[in-house]
Ligand binder design. Structure first.
Ligand code: UDP
Length: 470
């Protein structure tokens, strides 16, 4: 393993790390935050991506001479993937996820051609776990690979522990308790296809196994979390994997936008939030991440629920979700609701003092961003690890409550009355106060973990030192 000599005035040799994020916003954003932290420690960074993802990455990172971005050609003609859809949030359906991850495997050749030119300077490859083939490339050049998924220790540890229990019951809604964590009760429906089936097999299963094996065989594993948040699960997961480091919440690496900008430099929705703050009307922020696809019937029910709850709200919808509600809805709620149909800076919104509740799908980044902004969560998981994150939010960290589904199952339909009741409870009730106090405490712990001398600060220094020593 070679270390690049410093070209700066410092005599110490500089580390050079390659970051290779998976092409989806929820996987890319935390690795870009990690890049900032590594840059602060004097590490040179090369990020691998594709032309279609390059602008998002360069826009998210400050210009610096210590970072370079290499574009690898995105494979053409992947069956089902339209030209230009170079990240999973651009897919019309998650059924295209497998063709996408299988199609991008042919980037391995271009990755290795590019590595050939810089490998003698590279000390480590931090790769998303879904890009399992980067382990082969790293091994070819004798470079350690560190895997990153962006999931909590809780979701990782619980998924592993549940594996042995998934076949025991006929029904996917029959509860079982976990062998290593007997206080946790789950059903198969807390997992996505095929893990919600008694007999798990098929190409998605194979993909997850391949990614897991590559992670286990890597130098180690980075977790976007902090030790104090989930000690038993972090310890358990560490016991299963050779090495893991808790280095988050990574979103804290990005300084929040200044709050006191002149009006003409603020997006219109921030001005709207300023106005709600001046009127002392707390706002519920509603966003379901970059991936979840919500049915028209469910979107309509959300609109009715918000209307009946009579709370002020800020709802981010996707272009494809536009105007499924009835014509009069936006008009009827215009005094207290704003619906935004474009990409927003979610952290900036959550950090706004007017925002006092977050109706969230519980993507792990959103959970951490809610915590850091001291905003309690109304948890409405939709897919992937979100069912486990929602359980963790409610039962372990106790900073949120789950919406109730009509049939009591994790993936069931949510009726307007139920949504209204939970939202009102969190925005106006005693429960909300209790959650707000708790989330403040957790946010304080998160800030301590990331500050100099904190647990995440130490763990990140630990991995940098280990890589440095070879
Ligand atoms: N995000 C954002 N603006 C948007 C939509 C999403 O900034 O309009 C960010 C959000 O802050 C988070 C990430 O995209 O950092 C989404 O990740 P998460 O794990 O919450 O959900 P996913 O999109 O992976 O389901």
């Amino acid at each position: 393993m070679a270390v690049l000599s410093s070209s700066s005035s410092s005599r110490a040799p500089k580390l050079h790390m390659v970051l290779f994020p998976f092409m989806s916003k929820g996987h890319t954003i935390p690795l870009l935050h990690l890049a900032r932290l590594l840059l602060d420690r004097g590490v040179l960074i090369t990020i691998f991506t594709t032309p279609g993802n390059h602008p998002f990455i360069s826009h998210s990172l400050p210009g610096t001479e210590n970072i370079s971005i290499i574009d690898l050609p995105f494979p053409e003609n992947i069956p089902g993937i339209p030209p230009g859809a170079e990240s999973t949030d651009k897919l019309s359906s998650m059924s295209l996820f497998l063709p996408f991850v299988n199609g991008i495997k042919c980037m391995q050749r271009f990755f290795e051609e590019a590595l050939e030119k810089i490998h003698s300077q590279v000390s480590c490859i931090i790769s998303d776990g879904f890009l399992h083939w980067t382990l082969q490339s790293a091994s070819k050049f004798g470079i350690p690979r560190v895997s990153f998924y962006g999931m909590s220790n809780y979701a990782n540890a619980v998924s592993m522990d549940a594996a042995a229990m998934l076949s025991i019951h006929e029904s996917p809604d029959e509860p079982f308790t976990l062998p290593s964590f007997p206080s946790i009760t789950l059903t198969r429906n807390h997992f996505d296809d095929p893990f919600d089936k008694r007999d798990q097999k098929g190409p998605y299963f194979d993909f997850i196994i391949e990614s897991t094996i590559a992670t286990v065989n890597s130098f180690g594993f980075l977790v976007n979390s902090f030790y104090e948040l989930e000690k038993p699960y972090a310890d358990h997961y560490r016991g299963l994997n050779n090495k893991s480091w808790n280095v988050g919440p990574l979103c804290l690496a990005q300084p929040p936008n200044p709050k006191h900008l002149p009006s003409d430099e603020k997006p219109e929705w921030i001005l709207w939030l300023d106005q709600k703050l001046a009127e002392a009307r707390p706002v519920l922020y509603i966003a379901f991440g970059s991936q979840a696809k919500i049915s028209s019937a469910q979107l309509k029910e959300i609109a009715f629920g918000l209307e009946e709850a009579k709370v002020s709200f800020f709802w981010v919808v996707k272009k494809s979700e536009e105007e499924v509600w009835d014509d009069g809805f936006e008009d009827r709620v215009k005094e207290r609701g704003i619906i935004v149909k474009e990409w927003v800076d979610q952290r900036e919104i959550l950090e706004h003092d007017a925002v006092q509740g977050f109706l969230s799908h519980c993507g792990w980044n959103s959970v951490l961003e809610g915590i850091c902004a001291e905003v309690p969560i109304v948890a409405w998981p939709m897919m992937a690890d979100q069912f486990l994150n929602a359980k963790m939010v409610e039962e372990e960290i106790k900073i949120g409550v789950r919406v109730n589904t009509v049939d009591g199952t994790p993936k069931g339909f949510v009726r307007r009355e139920s949504l209204k009741n939970t939202v009102v409870e969190v925005m106006e009730g005693e429960k909300g106060k209790e959650l707000r106090d708790k989330v403040k405490e957790v946010a304080e712990e998160a800030r301590k973990a990331m500050a100099e001398g904190g647990s995440s600060w130490h763990e990140l220094n630990g991995i940098v030192d280990e890589i440095h020593m070879g």
